[in-house]
Write a protein that binds this ligand. Structure first.
Ligand SMILES: CC(C)CC(=O)C(=O)O
Length: 492
């Protein structure tokens, strides 16, 4: 039987080494995924005039792109489970580049929906999830700070792309800009190339190991039983690529409900901040500067939050810290209508940037904390497609409130109330989850396979945990070890 090393059955995340190169690639890839759709708005006015369409028709380009990026989550997860992060990100970068280059030749708004919205949006989906997933493979002890640093790519990229797009637009128009942006997006392929696989050996070593294990298993008559199981578990094959058993996972369900609710009020305040300032009589440059203030504070808040979340005081109860950051966002929005002048809006933008950065920094870390890094590959895809609905609904519902009442404060109040509710829900339900995990740990005293992580992971026992592709390992008996390896074969 092959040694675990050659079959890649056990690997402890390096928490450094090549992991820093992977983190840099994820920073770039996640940055493009979140910032690129936002920075496209600079071209919308000229596109609207060029095609003679309404602003909302042009805005659908961003909405379709956002929907494709989030809606493509499950497909992205399935592809990562099958092929690993590297090829998926490289293919996603190619798709983004081809989409934008094709868009530079579009002759109708419908063609832009397809090239920019669907092609490039789906390409970003193939960048975003795999980049977040591989962080969980390379980091464990330093995972919160790694997630915070990687997510900081978004505000950094936004601060870069916004002026760059303006420069490209002024010198090359929207067509030339899209052509150049298509080439720039190919850097996602370079970022993806850094994502060296870790854990399972996928080359000839793995195939040789599989052959040896099958022969050993056959020798002891074990395989026959396993082949029978395989026949019974034909549908379980799908589960190997998208683990739908997560819908029976308590922590995952709490996270899913809380985040889907949270996103109903998450983006609208950003979308309407500058228009709200102009509505208050502030000039357009000062209004736009509020977003720059928000992005700069956000850029600092994400790594700082990752550092705090990584501390021994916070990490064991990181779910409470995440819940607080969501409620903090909501409190900022509820207080925003009290800002009666530009100084008040600047103060709001600073606190909003801080709260927004805190949530973004912990958004994926808290999911990894709940389900473990191996199941996270499926979990992130299932969560993002569910969030897609409220992400797309949030701004239009906010806009409808503004149109109905002719006043922005009701939009801020709606968003604030929803986020305070989401934060409170998560706080209460995570308190219940922590108590249940503690009870189960006392009752069983070992790891809880159902909830995908060591019973004591909530008490930050990450020093000694060995990981298999981010999964915590426990000593196996010989038969268990053989069964695990044979089962591993059936998954390949
Ligand atoms: C969806 C958020 C978690 C991320 C985002 O929008 C951003 O980083 O700008």
């Amino acid at each position: 039987m092959s040694s675990p090393a050659s079959t890649g059955l056990a690997s402890t995340p390096p928490d450094g080494g090549w992991g820093w190169a992977v983190l840099f690639g994820a920073f770039i890839s996640i940055g493009f995924s979140y910032a690129f759709p936002k920075a496209l708005a600079i071209f919308f006015k000229e596109i609207q005039d060029f095609f003679g369409t309404s602003y909302s028709e042009v805005a659908w380009v961003s909405s379709i792109m956002l929907a494709a990026t989030y809606g493509g989550g499950p497909i992205s997860s399935i592809l990562v489970n099958r092929f690993g992060s590297r090829p998926v990100v490289i293919f996603g970068g190619l798709l983004c580049g081809i989409g934008m280059v094709s868009a530079s030749f579009c002759t109708s708004i419908m063609q832009l929906y397809i090239c920019v919205g669907l092609m490039s949006g789906f390409g970003l989906a193939l960048n975003l999830q795999p980049s977040v997933i591989i962080i969980g493979k390379y980091f464990l002890k330093r995972r919160p700070i790694a997630n915070g640093l990687a997510m900081a790519g978004s505000p950094v990229m936004l601060c870069t792309l916004a002026p760059l797009n303006q420069f490209l637009f002024d010198n090359f128009g929207w067509r030339g800009s899209f052509l150049i942006l298509g080439a720039i997006l190919l850097n996602c392929c370079v970022a993806g190339a850094l994502f060296r696989p870790i854990g399972h050996a996928t080359g000839p070593i793995q195939k040789e190991a599989n052959k040896e294990v099958k022969e050993t298993a056959k020798a002891v008559g074990f395989l026959a039983a396993t082949e029978e199981e395989e026949d019974k578990q034909c549908c379980a094959k799908f589960n190997q690529y998208l683990d739908c058993s997560l819908f029976k996972h308590r922590g995952f369900l709490i996270y899913l409900v809380g985040n889907v609710l949270m996103f109903l009020g998450f983006f609208a305040p950003i979308v309407f901040l500058a228009p709200y300032a102009k509505h208050m009589g502030i000039d357009e440059y000062s209004a736009a500067f509020l977003l720059s203030i928000l992005a700069i504070v956000d850029m600092i808040a994400r790594p700082t939050t990752g550092l705090i979340a990584n501390s021994k005081w916070v990490r064991p109860k990181i779910q409470y810290f995440f819940s607080f950051s969501i409620a903090f966002n909501g409190a900022c929005h509820l207080l925003c209508p009290l800002a009666s002048d530009y100084a008040g809006l600047v103060i709001y933008s600073v606190f909003f940037g801080l709260a927004f950065g805190m949530v973004c920094a912990m958004l994926f870390e808290t999911l990894m904390d709940l389900v473990g890094a191996v199941r996270f590959t499926s979990a992130v895809g299932l969560v993002t497609i569910a969030e897609c609905c409220t992400i797309l609904l949030g701004p239009p519902v906010g806009g409808a409130l503004i149109d109905t009442f002719g006043d922005y404060k009701y939009m801020f109040i709606k968003c604030g109330a929803v986020m305070v509710l989401a934060g409170t829900f998560l706080f209460i339900m995570n308190y219940y989850n922590y108590r249940m995990l503690a009870k189960e740990e006392k009752a069983v005293g070992t790891k809880d396979p159902e909830h995908g992580k060591p019973m004591n992971e909530g008490s930050n026992n990450w020093d000694s945990e060995k990981m298999q592709d981010g999964q915590e390992l426990e000593p196996l008996t010989d038969e268990q070890g053989l069964k695990k390896e044979v089962n591993g074969l059936t998954e390949v």
